[in-house]
Design a protein. Structure first.
Length: 569
C-alpha cells in the first residue's frame, strides 16, 4: 500500500487531541509531569501539525532551558539586540515569544495561525532589516518559558509547539541547572525527533573545564551518547550586560556555531522523527484506553452470561412446568375451537356446568373480562430479568470496588446504569408482552397442524370427541371464543392437563410431543433473542455513551482504524 501522509495525519491528530482532552480531566499527578502523557501528546500533536505545514515554513530556532539559566538573554544574543525581556525573577518568561527576520507576510500569518493558536496575545515580533537577525534567510528565534519552576506546570506545555517546529534547538543550562532532572526529561522526550541540538553552558566563570566534563559525562549517561552534541560556553558577564556579552569572542563563537547549524531539517527526517516519537509513547497514551476496552469486554461477557442464566430460569420455571406452560394450553384451546365449533351445542351444556365458577369469576358483573393478575410467563420473565439486572449491578460494584485502572470506567457505568435501570425494566416488560402477543401466531399454527394430524386419524378424533374431557374443553373453547381465555391459565390448567395427556397417549401422541417440544424451542429462542436485543440496545450501548470527561470511549473498531492510519503516516 502506498503511504498517504496527508490523508492519515488529520484523523491521527484528531485522535491524539481527543486523548489529550480526556487526559486533561485526569487528576493523577504523573499525568502532568514532563514524563506524563499530556506533555508527550502535546509534542506529538504539534509535530503532526508541523509536518503538515512545512511548505514555505521559515527556519525555526528554539531556545529551551530551565528557569533563570539565561534563555531570554541567549535569544537577545542571537538576535543581536535587546528584544526579549530578562529578569532575575524565576519564571519571568511565561509565554512564547518569537522574533522573526526576513519573514514574508504569508509566513508570519502561518506562524500566527498554526503555531500559536492557543496564545491570545500576538507573540510573534517581526524584526525589520535594521534590527538584525541571525542570517539572511527567513527565520524565527523563539524564547520559551521554563519547564522547571514551581508554577511552570501551568504554562510549560507551550514549549512543545516550538520544539516540534524547531529546525535547531538551543538548550541553555547553567552550572546550577545542567544536571536537573527536568532538563534530562525534556531531552529524553525530544530524543526521537532527532532535531539538531546545541547545548549552551551559560554564565561560566571559574571551574569551566570541570563543568564541561561533568556535562559531557551526563550526556554520556543519557541516550544522547550516540549523537554529537556541540557544547558552547558563554562567559559570565558582569551585570549581565548585553553589549558586554556580544563583544565577547566566546559569544561570537557560539553565534557562529548556531549559524553553521542553521538549515531546514529535511521533511523525511522530520517524518521519521515523528514516527519514532509516536512509537515511543503510543503504549503509554493508549494504556487507559485498553483498560476501558478490557472492562467493556468483561461487561459484555457478563451480560452474555447473565442472558444465558435468565433463559435457563425461564426454561426451568416456565417451559418445563407443565402446570404453568401456557403455550401448550393455548394451543389446546385453539385446537378445541377448531374441533368443536361444528358440534359445540352438545358439549356446551356440560361445559357450562363444569365451568360455572370460573365463568362466573371471569364475567362477574363486569363489562370486560377480568384480566388475571397472574400471568406466569410474564411474571417468570420479569423476575428472570430483574435477577439479570441485579447480577449486572453487582458486577459493576465489583469493578468499582476493585479500584483498578478501570475503576473510573466502572463508576461511570454505575451512574449510567442506575439512571437507566427503571427505563430498561419498563422497556423489557413492554417487549415481553409484545413477544407473547406475537407468539399467538405460532400457537395458532401449532393448533392447525395438530388438527390436520387428527383429521387424518378419524378414530382418535372420534374418541377425543367422545371423551369426557371434551366437555371441559368445549366450555374452555367457548370462553376462549368470548375473549376470556389466555388471560387466566389457572382456570384452564386441570382441563388442559387432562386433554394434553389424553392426546399424548393417543395415536398422535408422538406428534403432540413434537409440537410441544417445537413450541418450547421456539419460545426459548425468542426469549433469548428478546433478552439479547434489549441488553444490546440498553446495556451494552450504555457503555458507549458514558457522560464522563475522564472516559476515553474509544471503540475497538476506531482503535483498529487509528492503528492502521498510524502505519500509513
Ligand atoms: N551577570 C550576568 N547575568 C546574566 C548573564 N546571563 C543572564 N544573566 C541574568 O540572569 C537573569 C536571568 O536571565 P534570563 O535571560 O531572564 O533567564 P531566563 O532563562 O530567560 O529566565 P526565565 O524567563 O525566568 O525562565 C537575568 O537577570 C539576566 O540578566 C550573564 O552572563 N551574566
Ligand atoms: Mg526568560
Amino acid at each position: 500500500m502506498t503511504a498517504q501522509p496527508r490523508g492519515a495525519s488529520p484523523p491521527v491528530c484528531e485522535f491524539l487531541q481527543h486523548l489529550r482532552s480526556v487526559y486533561r480531566h485526569h487528576t493523577e499527578v504523573h499525568v502532568r509531569e514532563i514524563t506524563g502523557p499530556l506533555f508527550s501528546l502535546d509534542l506529538a500533536i504539534n509535530a503532526l501539525r508541523d509536518l503538515d505545514s512545512r511548505s514555505d515554513a521559515p527556519i525555526h530556532v528554539t531556545v529551551l532551558g530551565p528557569t533563570q539559566v539565561g534563555k531570554s538573554t541567549v535569544v537577545n544574543v542571537l538576535v543581536g539586540r535587546e528584544v526579549a525581556g530578562t529578569s532575575p525573577l524565576a519564571g519571568f518568561t511565561r509565554s512564547l515569544q518569537g522574533f522573526g527576520a526576513h519573514l514574508s507576510d504569508r509566513q508570519a500569518a502561518a506562524i500566527r495561525s498554526s503555531l500559536l493558536p492557543a496564545q491570545a496575545s500576538p507573540a510573534l515580533r517581526r524584526l525589520d532589516a535594521a534590527e538584525g537577525g541571525l542570517t539572511a534567510e527567513a527565520h524565527a528565534i523563539w524564547d520559551t518559558p521554563d519547564f522547571d519552576s514551581h508554577g511552570s506546570r501551568e504554562y510549560r506545555n507551550v514549549v512543545t509547539a516550538v520544539s516540534a517546529a524547531a529546525d535547531l534547538i538551543v538548550l541553555v543550562v547553567s552550572k546550577e541547572k545542567y544536571s536537573d532532572l527536568t532538563v534530562w526529561q525534556i531531552l529524553e522526550l525530544l530524543y526521537p525527533l532527532n532535531r539538531p541540538l546545541v547545548v549552551c553552558l551559560n554564565k561560566l566563570d571559574a571551574d569551566r573545564e570541570l563543568l564541561r566534563s561533568a556535562l559531557q559525562r551526563r550526556i554520556e549517561e543519557s541516550r544522547y551518547r550516540d549523537r554529537q552534541l556541540p557544547i558552547c560556553d558563554l562567559n559570565y558577564v558582569e551585570g549581565g550586560d548585553l553589549a558586554g556579552l556580544l563583544s565577547d569572542p566566546q559569544t561570537q563563537r557560539f553565534a557562529d556555531t548556531v549559524r553553521k547549524m542553521l538549515r531546514a531539517q529535511p521533511l523525511t527526517a522530520r517524518r521519521e522523527g515523528l514516527l519514532r516519537l509516536l512509537d515511543e509513547h503510543w503504549g503509554q497514551w493508549l494504556r487507559p484506553v485498553h483498560h476501558e476496552r478490557h472492562a467493556a469486554h468483561r461487561w459484555q461477557q457478563t451480560i452474555e452470561r447473565e442472558i444465558e442464566i435468565a433463559v435457563e430460569t425461564y426454561a426451568t420455571q416456565y417451559l418445563e412446568q407443565s402446570r404453568h406452560y401456557g403455550a401448550m394450553n393455548r394451543t389446546m384451546v385453539q385446537l378445541l375451537a377448531l374441533l368443536e365449533i361444528p358440534v359445540l351445542a352438545r358439549p356446551l351444556a356440560g361445559a357450562r356446568q363444569l365451568l360455572t365458577w370460573p365463568m362466573r369469576k371471569l364475567f362477574s358483573g363486569r363489562e370486560a373480562p377480568e384480566v388475571s393478575s397472574v400471568d406466569v410467563e410474564l411474571e417468570t420473565l420479569a423476575s428472570a430479568f430483574e435477577h439479570l439486572l441485579t447480577s449486572l449491578r453487582r458486577n459493576i460494584s465489583e469493578g468499582v470496588a476493585g479500584n483498578g485502572h478501570d475503576a473510573v470506567w466502572w463508576r461511570s457505568v454505575a451512574r449510567a446504569f442506575d439512571v437507566e435501570r427503571a427505563d430498561v425494566e419498563q422497556a423489557f416488560a413492554a417487549e415481553a408482552k409484545a413477544y407473547q402477543q406475537a407468539f399467538s401466531a405460532e400457537i395458532e399454527r401449532a393448533a392447525r397442524a395438530l388438527y390436520q394430524r387428527l383429521s387424518e386419524r378419524p378414530a382418535t378424533l372420534n374418541s377425543l370427541r367422545a371423551a369426557r374431557v371434551t366437555a371441559d374443553a368445549a366450555g374452555v373453547a367457548l370462553a376462549f371464543k368470548t375473549g376470556a381465555i389466555g388471560v387466566n391459565e389457572l382456570v384452564l390448567t386441570p382441563a388442559m392437563l387432562s386433554l394434553t395427556s389424553f392426546l399424548a397417549e393417543s395415536a398422535v401422541g408422538t406428534y403432540v410431543n413434537s409440537v410441544k417440544a417445537d413450541l418450547k424451542e421456539q419460545q426459548r429462542d425468542r426469549v433469548h433473542r428478546l433478552l439479547g436485543d434489549i441488553c444490546t440496545q440498553r446495556l451494552t450501548r450504555l457503555t458507549t455513551r458514558l457522560q464522563d470527561d475522564r472516559i476515553f470511549n474509544v471503540g475497538t473498531a476506531q482503535l483498529h482504524e487509528i492503528e492502521r492510519l498510524r502505519r500509513t503516516l
